[in-house]
Design a protein around this ligand. Structure first.
Ligand code: PDD
Length: 286
């Protein structure tokens, strides 16, 4: 089936949606994005993703292409016309097409480019990895210093994914100054006793929308949360480890650099958090 995608005001077959070769997203990775999951045909935490998009745009002095209400309408229309029950909506805003290549930002009146498309993932919430857990390797974090902005500069995360593939594991965790920052496309956590430990928010990591919700639910469920740095060695000695993201929700990590985490099987705390997260998010989906 040919997907219908959205480009700058138009709903088009994916084969007909074209962006200029001068687009700043293409030439400079001068763009930001969001991924919102869809469960049962409804959007999960749309408000959270909209708020982070606004923040990313503001941090880069990038014009907003439209209002939150318009974005919601576009998301819903794409989910509907593409018949998405479970999957994702990808949204990207770039600084647009100034008509030539120049390092300096183009004049403010240059129209941003807005692209959205859906990805159909039947059974997204029933991924086998929720039960089997993920194996990860650690790799140096050599990304830029503003990882809190969700930009489309994803070359190094892609390289890290390929390093993970070459090592026959599922993903990689980034390490900087001996401390875990986050996963290639997710936030990283360990569990010790009753305590959930994850790096505090800063410019070093993406402020995950799933992270915010999961930590809120954990605190509401009287679980202890400690926001601090941890090393790979501490993670290998932890009782459990897990990741969160809009597309993986809460997914256990069972092996780090070849060493089993805890019993080497998916942990109870991660399973409980996944259950609470999916239950609460289903209720609040729009
Ligand atoms: N990635 N850290 C990084 C580097 C990420 O790319 C992501 C999300 C997260 C988790 O953020 P959230 O909970 O808001 O999805 C953390 C998305 C899913 C992606 O690039 O596909």
């Amino acid at each position: 089936m040919t997907r219908t995608v959205y480009l700058n005001g138009d709903y088009l077959p994916e084969t007909e949606a074209k962006v200029s070769i001068f687009d700043r997203g293409f030439l400079m990775a001068d763009g930001v994005y969001e991924v919102t999951s869809v469960l049962g045909g409804k959007l999960i935490d749309f408000a959270g993703h909209c708020a982070r998009l606004r923040r990313s745009l503001a941090e880069l002095d990038m014009a907003s292409p439209c209002t939150d209400a318009e974005l919601l309408a576009i998301h819903r229309e794409l989910v509907s016309v593409n018949d998405v029950t479970d999957g994702m909506v990808y949204l990207q805003v770039t600084r647009g097409n100034p008509g030539d290549r120049d390092f300096a930002y183009p004049p403010a009146e240059t129209k941003p480019t807005l692209v959205l498309f859906t990805q159909n993932k039947p059974g997204l919430a029933d991924s086998p990895s929720a039960k089997t857990g993920l194996k990860v390797i650690s790799v140096p974090d050599v990304r830029w210093g503003r990882r809190d902005i969700k930009t489309v500069q994803l070359l190094y995360p892609s390289m890290a994914k390929m390093m993970a593939k070459a090592a026959h594991v599922d993903d990689a965790w980034f390490v900087e100054d001996g401390m875990v920052t986050e996963g290639t496309s997710n936030n990283a956590y360990i569990v010790k006793g009753n305590k959930i430990i994850t790096r505090a928010l800063s410019n070093d990591i993406l402020h995950g929308i799933t992270r915010a919700a999961v930590l809120r639910f954990a605190r509401e469920a009287q679980m202890e949360v400690e926001e601090r740095n941890f090393t790979i060695e501490e993670a290998q000695r932890a009782d459990e480890a897990f990741i969160t993201s809009a597309s993986a929700f809460v997914t256990p990590v069972v092996e780090i650099d070849g060493a089993p985490v805890g019993a080497g099987t998916a942990g109870k705390v991660a399973a409980r958090l996944r259950e609470i997260y999916l239950e609460e998010m289903h209720k609040a989906a729009i």
